[in-house]
Design a protein around this ligand. Sequence first.
Ligand SMILES: [Zn+2]
Length: 497
Amino acid sequence: MRMAAHRIAATLPSVGWKTRLAIACIGFCAATTLWSQTPQLSATTQQFVKYRQPVLAITHVRVIDGNGLPAKENQTVVMRDGRIVKIDAAVQPPMEATVIDGSGRTLIPGLVGMHDHMFYPSPKVNPQASYSSILPEQASSFPKLYLAAGVTTIRTTGSTEPYTDLELKHDIDTGYIPGPKMHTTGPYLEGQGAVFPQMHELADAADATATVNYWIGEGATSFKAYMHITRAELTAAIAAAHARNIKVTGHLCAVGFSEAADLGIDDLEHGIVVDSEFTPGKQPDICPDRQLVLANLATMTVDDPRIQHLIKYLISKHVAVTSTLPIFETWVPGRAPIVPRILDAMLPEAKVEYLAQRDRVNKTTDSPWPKVFKLEEDFEHAFAKQGGTLLAGLDPTGYGGVIAGYGDQREVELLVESGFTPLQAIQIATINGARFLGEDKATGSIEVGKAADLVLVNGNPDKNINDIENVELVFKDGVAYDPAKLIKAANGTVGLR
Ligand SMILES: [Zn+2]
């Protein structure tokens, strides 16, 4: 990994911070080498840390383990060297532990966000700009906000600045900046007809193969096909990725869900709301007009035999579906959130534009979205109930208002609205994602031996899922971060950086 200029220009003196810590560690190294799971943290990162002793214990806490098992009351959870080492009702915290009183609180696994971009739509300050939507990297605010809300692992699921994503991952992994564990997706694999200027348009199948191979070499660990990709390009991309044991997901349009399943795709983003295959007049490899797709879906219900057949087909082909209900909620008149913490996060210009567009959405009288949103919720519930792998994300795009971390919490709440129990919704948003990423031995549930990636919330999300928003501490590899400090450092900048 190349050294980025910013690291050399850091606020620390001429020797790098890692070198400085290594020097400082002479004489204390026996203690520091215990930190096998966690890197040494820079001064920047340490500002946001509340507890970082080698041994932490949370007492009298309710535990929701992420595996879907019933909540356990009055537990003691002990973390040592970044890992969970004990979960028991009777256990006394070790003498050397820093003890955190968990009375009235619930411990859940860190969320695993599976559609968690590092970008966000910039406000269209200049209405004469040639492009309607530009999606700049939120390299400063989003890592903080994901972590603050309890998201300890993300898949970026399509990147507009893949080099920045890769550098961010490096900087987080080495403790230079605070943020979630990142699984970096390559740049969008888009065909001809891209609407975003930051997306490369594939020329053909050979270009798809070359693009996938190049970005695997750079460090991408997954790929996302986009709306105009053709069957030939998608086939080539899947073959190149699978040859290196890398998974492909897609927000598709020109290719229908059943076709994509036949081609061997691993995951479908967003669910039925973007599936064009039932749209009357759909031509092969052509993305139909979005309004036609939506208008048609608004006439369908989950009981439609075509949808029931699709659900069974996707399950038989082991294709996962990623739920991104928060982004679609913003298009349903009367539903887009107007929540102080969301508005506080935004750049002033971004807030003005979000509220204006929200107003336009709310005034729409003939919107297909109320029906389509209900169909999506029913589809996801039926898909998971019949045995499909449902994953959870937020998708911080559209016209804004879907904010890193807060949107991940909203996703869990909307899964409950869709008919899942709180325990099931938390399971979808934690262990399901970890398993899909191949990380379930390391994270995704509260079990002895796993990384201490945990969220301490005030209240009981098992009874009231909205309590998931009351985050008091976020543990990543046993380091406890202070969400209030992370949020304060990010506020007012979403939409800018
Ligand atoms: Zn997206």
